[in-house]
Design a protein around this ligand. Sequence first.
Ligand code: XIL
Length: 417
Amino acid sequence: MSASILVLVYLLLALFDKQHKHTICKGVMAFAILGLVLSDRSTADSHIAVQPTGGKDTLKSAFGEWFAMGAAIPGDDLSQAERQLLFRHFGTVTPENCMKPALVHPAPDRFDFAKADALVDLARGNGLTVNGHTLVWHQQCPDWFFRDGAQVAGRELVLARLRAHITAVAGHFAGKLKSWDVVNEAIDDGHDYLRKSPWLTGIGDDFIAEAFIAARKADPKAELYYNDYGIELQPKRDKMLRLLGDLKQRRAPVQGVGIQGHWRIDHIPFKDIEAAIVAFHAEGMRVAITELDIDVGTRATAGAESGTREQDAADPLANGLTADLQRRLADQYGQLFALFFKHRDKISRVTFWGLQDGRSWLNYWPSKRTNHPLLWDRALQPKPALAAVLAAAKAEPPNAPPAGSGPAAPPKASQGH
Ligand code: XIL
C-alpha cells in the first residue's frame, strides 16, 4: 500500500466522520500505517542486502571462507548454551566416540546407531556437516573382529569382517557425511613401518588399501581420509608419505590426511607441522587438522597413544589456569592459526577435540587431572586464546597466497579419486 493511497483514504474518511471527531479515521490510519511499515519491511528484505552485524568475531566467520572449523562432540547431549556456542562458531562436527566400532558394532550381528544418528540429525538439522570417525582403528574395536571361536581368525575371515563392517557403517550414513577417517593410527611409533595391530597381523599390510576401497563403495560421496598423530614429526612423516605411495599403487581412493594435532604447550613443533602440511598437500592430499587441543599440564608421554596411561599425580590446575599459562596458551594458539592461515590453500578443516575445557578427554587421559586445552573454559567463557586465534585470520603473514586464491583444492594429482 503506498503512502499516497493512504492520504486519499484519510481525506475521504474525514469527510464522513465529522460527528465522531475523527475516531474512525484514527483507527483506520493506525492499521494502514502498520500495513505500510510491514509491507515496506518485506520489500527491504527482498531487495536490500542485510548489513553484516557480527564482523569476524566467530571462528567460522574468520576462517570459514578458507577451511571448515569443527569441534568433536559426544552426541546430541549438549546443553542449550553449548549448542548455541557450537552453532555460532562451528560449521562441522566429529563424533568423539559414538561412531567407533565398539559403539556402533558391538557384536557381529548387532549394530547400534542411535547415538550417532542423533548426532548426525542435530548437526545437519542446524546446517553443520559431519566427519565420520572412525572405521578402522586398533582402539575401541571389539575383539570379536579378530577371533574365530577359540582361535585367532585367519586373513580371509578378518578381511571379510573389515569389509562387512565398512559396508554396513559407511553404508548406513552414506550421503550424510562430509568425510570419513577411514583408517586411524596405523603407522608405527617405533622402528616398524606399520603398527603391529590386530588388523595388520590379521589381514596383512594391504588392510589399509582394502578399507579405503570398501569405504568408497559404501559411500561414493564422502571424502576419505587417513588420520594419525605425530605424522608431522620424523620419522612418522616419511612413513606417512610412504603409505600414500603404497595406497596410490594399490589404487586405494585416499583423498586426504588428517593430522590429529594433540600438542603440548611449549612443545608445539611449528616447523614440522608446516613441513608436513606442505608435503602431504604436494602428494595431492587435502590436509585437515582433525583433533586439535593443547595440553597445558605436564606429562611423560608425547603424542596421543590413547592406550597409554600414566600414574595419577597431583592436580595442579584444579582451580584454573595461571595468568602466565593463559598467556602462553593464547600466544601458541595464535601462532598455530597464523600457520594454518598461511597455508589456507592446502587446509580443508581444523577441528578441536572438544567444545570446552570441561568436555576434553585430557581431563582423564593420560591420567586424571584438570586440564584446560581448548578455547572456552568450563563456564563457556572464551579464553584469551580465542581472541588470539581470531586475530590470526586478519594478520597477513609473509608469503601468503594471494587473496582470492580460494579454499583448499587438492592439486591435479588427486583429482582422479
Ligand atoms: C578419545 C576420546 O576423546 C575419549 O573419550 C576416549 O576415551 C578415547 O578416545 N585419537 C583419536 C580419538 O583418534 O578417537 C581419541 O578420542 C583421541 C586420540
